[in-house]
Design a binder for this molecule. Sequence first.
Ligand SMILES: Cc1cc2nc3c(=O)[nH]c(=O)nc-3n(C[C@H](O)[C@H](O)[C@H](O)COP(=O)(O)OP(=O)(O)OC[C@H]3O[C@@H](n4cnc5c(N)ncnc54)[C@H](O)[C@@H]3O)c2cc1C
Length: 442
Amino acid sequence: MAAALARFNKSVLFSSWQLMGRRTLATTTTRCWQANGEFYSEEHKELQRSLKKLIDSEINPFVDEWEKDHRFPMHEVFKKLGDAGFLGISKPVEYGGSGLDYSYTVAFAEALGSVNCGAVPMAITVQTDMATPALAKFGSDYLKETFLRPTIAGDVVVCLGVSEPGAGSDVAGIRTTAKRSGDDLIINGQKMWITNGIQADWMCLLANTSDGQQHLNKSLICLPMNTPGIHHTKIEKIGMHSSETAQIFFEDVRVPAKNIIGEEGLGFTYQMLQFQEERLIGSVLCLAPLDKCISSTVEYASQRKVFGQPVLNNQTVHYTLAELQTEIECLRALCYMATGLYVAGNDVTKLVSMMKLKAGRLARRIPDACLQYWGGMGFTQDNYVSRLYRDLRLMSIGAGADEVMMAIICKYSNTLPKAVKKPRETANKPEPAVSQQRTASV
Ligand SMILES: Cc1cc2nc3c(=O)[nH]c(=O)nc-3n(C[C@H](O)[C@H](O)[C@H](O)COP(=O)(O)OP(=O)(O)OC[C@H]3O[C@@H](n4cnc5c(N)ncnc54)[C@H](O)[C@@H]3O)c2cc1C
């Protein structure tokens, strides 16, 4: 680890895209879909080139070591990204962001996929697009100054605390409470599966701030992680090794009530909005790794000979890879369409859910198919394809499982069965399997 840090090049980076972004783009009306038919403009591409340069010098050379260590130096890496302006691309200029429309964040996420593992991009996008959208949109000036500005600068690391041991898909069912005590809140409960949870300086926490109706009794709270009463343990996983995942316990944790983001009681709604950016960015993050999964397999299969000819020469192999590449382009088109509509101010919940579902499916299917063509080499630990096979499996589970995405799509398509009104004599019997409450909570 020390060697990895020592190799960290200190000379980086006030990148050309950042100069462009600050001076030109923030004052220009930007648009996705260019006159030449491409989705990205030259400015988007410049941002991507700058990011890839940083990834090639500051991240990829160390990824194998970080994967073995099951952690990476988040504060050092995030500071590099913050200095280069990558942690607040669509965040308000007043708090150190670049104020660019969301297509630039999508361009950033697609380029971030060139990191040689799933874990580091996931950790970075928790900081940029999973734990901070609600704060940027609804937080008070005090909260944005205290928590958002240092997060964009890369001076602190943030995590998102929604899931619990008893409530993952069913977000409305969380049990953690934040009860009023004078001007403070006293927090008790626990959170599960918290990405960045070991090294985080603060958490965007979803907790019940009253006993009322499940969708109106929650608040999002900025919680400094060095507050007394917070304890954590590390969860070991089958993939995403360099990202540390924590279970976090709260025992009488005291935080000022002014740390509530936006209006008290609207936390569930804010979190559902925040999920849209999380799911959009999570899906976009898959594009480059899936592309690389196929290209590296083509390369290997064209060299590896079986029965006297390259593996790739078998029609079943090159046809399968062609079909899978086509699937990736369908996902990419969906990503760009949803982004364009989001930037134009539309509700993209249904499209984003479709995107997340498709990304989850392809993230399972493509590494699995490619790994097969590597034979025994595909079953080794350090192979890029086997790393993706482990890492991307999370796509169908995290940020809302595939089935939750399907429930949302059905809800928006009006095909979800409505809750049946109970006849008098069966009023005390259990609920039917598909209840309105579950679908309302996704
Ligand atoms: C590596 C990792 C990182 C994570 N990072 C974070 C984080 O930073 N912050 C955070 O808050 N959470 C995080 N999560 C939690 C993640 O969002 C949850 O795991 C996810 O929402 C699923 O919840 P669960 O694990 O409790 O599964 P459950 O809710 O128990 O669901 C189990 C399974 O039931 C099925 N299912 C669910 N709903 C339905 C339905 N309506 N119909 C049919 N089947 C259904 C699905 O197949 C699902 O996978 C992370 C998880 C992992 C594994």
